[in-house]
Design a protein around this ligand. Structure first.
Ligand code: NAD
Ligand code: UDP
Length: 331
């Protein structure tokens, strides 16, 4: 098979690309390095079957030539500090970017997958969240550029499916972590691990009683691959099933990496969801899928990666892309 993957220089995109290359498929990666890493592309370049196009998906997707069996749309900043630094770009890639990717799939008669998010549930009033829950989202707050872009992207994907017969899939990804995230991406996993490795206090936001459910990246990749092989067009939650408070999570990371560190309480970000945990009944039934990697195991592997990365020479900076701030480091 030959597939086109947007967001291939990102954390999840680079794992997905490697997974499909391992399976003997051809992968055309597309990225503009808005929040991705050149190192992720460099790991893939040179592998048989991989080619890369530096382009802004929101501006259009050039025809890549040859057949395409699948189009997987993963391009979008995902870390709150990243998407809040680039709110317009985030809305554009969820809206125009998704439409360009859908049009490309339609032109090629390809199967299409949208990477959506648990953020479509906003600050949920139903817990845990099943796919049938419509969410509780601030439509114009600081997180709206991401939440509403993904809600629109889901609506657009369903419209292409219903009105034009496109063969679509939608996954709602819950907090995912692992090697090849950016150390500076500002998400809680990378912050705590890198603070612990540097011997700095762990910054718990608010009272730390808000919850998240973490999944290790290999579990997510397994779920994505399974969903592509079944016929199902409604959204599917993929996420870890054990909710944990951020204070407890800081204690877990500290115990694994550096037990002597203090915890520092810092202000809570605006509109931070109080609780998040997927109901994965659909994924269990449809895909026979459930997370397999424990939090301790996943965190050990991730900490080992960052320990090694910190000891390595600094990565080559990304070259500026066409019309996009490709080598700017988000806050
Ligand atoms: P990431 O920031 O590491 O990767 C996203 C990639 O998309 C980056 O390489 C970035 O440069 C690229 N990109 C952004 N805008 C682009 C554009 N206009 N044109 C081309 N490339 C563009 O984030 P990630 O964690 O790997 O997330 C990947 C996808 O999964 C995103 O769509 C995100 O919304 C979704 N998701 C991730 C999580 C998670 O916990 N990691 C949770 C929910 C949803
Ligand atoms: N968080 C924290 N300390 C940090 C970064 C984040 O306590 O240094 C909290 C944040 O308030 C949120 C949770 O961790 O409740 C998850 O944040 P993240 O940015 O990883 O992703 P989100 O799930 O909010 O999209």
């Amino acid at each position: 098979m030959r597939l086109l993957l947007t967001g291939s220089a990102g954390f999840i995109g680079s794992h997905l690309a490697a997974h499909f290359l391992n399976g003997g498929h051809e992968v055309v990666g597309v990225d503009n390095y808005l929040s991705g890493q050149l190192a992720n592309t460099e790991r893939l370049l040179g592998r048989p079957g991989f080619s890369f196009l530096q382009a802004d998906v929101s501006a259009g997707l050039p025809d890549v030539g040859g057949p395409l069996d699948w189009v997987l749309h993963f391009a979008s900043p995902a870390s709150p500090p990243h998407y809040q630094q680039f709110p317009v770009e985030t809305l554009m890639v969820g809206a125009q970017g998704t439409q360009h990717a859908l049009n490309l799939a339609e032109r090629h008669g390809a199967r299409f997958l949208l990477a959506s998010t648990s953020e479509v549930y906003g600050d949920p009033l139903v817990h845990p969240q099943p796919e049938t829950y419509w969410g509780h989202v601030n439509p114009n707050g600081l997180r709206s550029c991401y939440d509403e872009a993904k809600r629109y992207a889901e609506a657009l994907t369903m419209a292409y499916h219903r009105a034009r017969g496109l063969d679509t899939r939608i996954i709602r990804i819950f907090n995912t972590y692992g090697p090849h995230m950016r150390a500076d991406d500002g998400r809680v996993v990378t912050n705590f691990i890198n603070q612990a490795l540097a011997g700095e206090p762990l910054t718990v936001q608010g009272d730390g009683q808000q919850t998240r459910s973490f999944q290790y990246v290999s579990d997510l990749i397994r779920g994505v691959a399974r969903l592509m092989d079944v016929t199902y067009h409604d959204p599917v939650n993929l996420g870890g099933t054990d909710a944990i408070t951020m204070l407890r999570f800081a204690e877990v990371v500290r115990a694994l990496v550096n037990p002597d560190l203090p915890i520092r309480f810092v202000p809570l970000a605006a509109d931070d969801p109080r609780q998040r945990q997927p109901d994965i009944t659909v994924a269990r039934r449809l895909l026979g899928w459930a997370p397999e990697v424990s939090l301790d195991d996943g965190l050990r592997r991730t900490a080992a990666y960052f320990r090694h990365a910190a000891a390595a020479p600094p990565p080559t900076p990304a070259r500026p892309g066409p019309g996009r701030p490709s080598d700017r480091a988000p806050a």
